[in-house]
Design a protein around this ligand. Sequence first.
Ligand SMILES: Cc1cc2nc3c(=O)[nH]c(=O)nc-3n(C[C@H](O)[C@H](O)[C@H](O)COP(=O)(O)O)c2cc1C
Length: 277
Amino acid sequence: MGRHKKDKHKEKKHRHRSGQTAECAEKKAGKLERERARAHFLDGSTGPWAKALAAQDARESPAAEEADPDSAGTAHTRRGPDYSMPSSIDIVADPVLYAMSTRRSISKVDPETPSDSDLLELIRAVSSVADHKGLRPWRFLILRGDDRHRLGAALDEAAGVVREPGEVNRKPLRAELLLALVCSPTEHEKVPEWEQRATAAGAGHLLELALWQAGWGVMWRSGTLANTPPVRRLHRLEDSELLMGWFYIGAVPERYRQRLASSTRPLPRPEQFLDTL
Ligand SMILES: Cc1cc2nc3c(=O)[nH]c(=O)nc-3n(C[C@H](O)[C@H](O)[C@H](O)COP(=O)(O)O)c2cc1C
């Protein structure tokens, strides 16, 4: 480290240790507020009221929580929304918003996978996806073990690829578990097919988020061969159905986990996604 850098480092360390600068005090207060809010969020008080409850805690017993910030909010046992408070949004303290804003696809996953009963729990959470008229126009298919070789063979057949004996298409082997997402629309006079596809896509995005939050790595892949006849046949799709790709699922490699802990990916500027008429 150069002399200048060293000095800066020292200065920073000193500032941090003494906690005397206004900046430091402000940061500390902000951190404490976040910890209090997070405690409420984690306690089940998800939503706008968590911050208000945290502020209430701070007013009622600031000294106790300064001494033991871990205890913040534990006195409250109320669970779920109450909708009586005005909105307050914190994408760091709120675990749902935090998971949404930090989610990433993991292209190379380790072999460990969620069990089928884990998958059922995740799907249970995903099934709250917004769905016009509740048509449930989506389902997932589990592909493990030899299913992936059969998928490789179907992809080869679709692409007209002939391999040497003993050689296989390794693409579906990039994870031990694949979930195929199928959009299964039904005819409905008020719900056009595109809306049903939007719901199925929503289920896919929720699944990615649910897996991320549960600590699993996932990447959604499709490719140009997904709806070719051999691949559709393998998945036993009805004519009206659409294969929306596969979720490649596994454990997050240790090396990657370390990187995730120490780096955050900058999010795009939100202004570009929001406009008025
Ligand atoms: C419907 C859908 C299909 C996708 N298909 C592929 C694919 O075939 N190959 C690929 O490299 N990425 C594909 N992606 C993109 C990745 O899943 C991922 O979103 C992208 O690499 C960006 O990474 P991120 O999710 O961390 O932002 C697809 C995404 C979606 C939503």
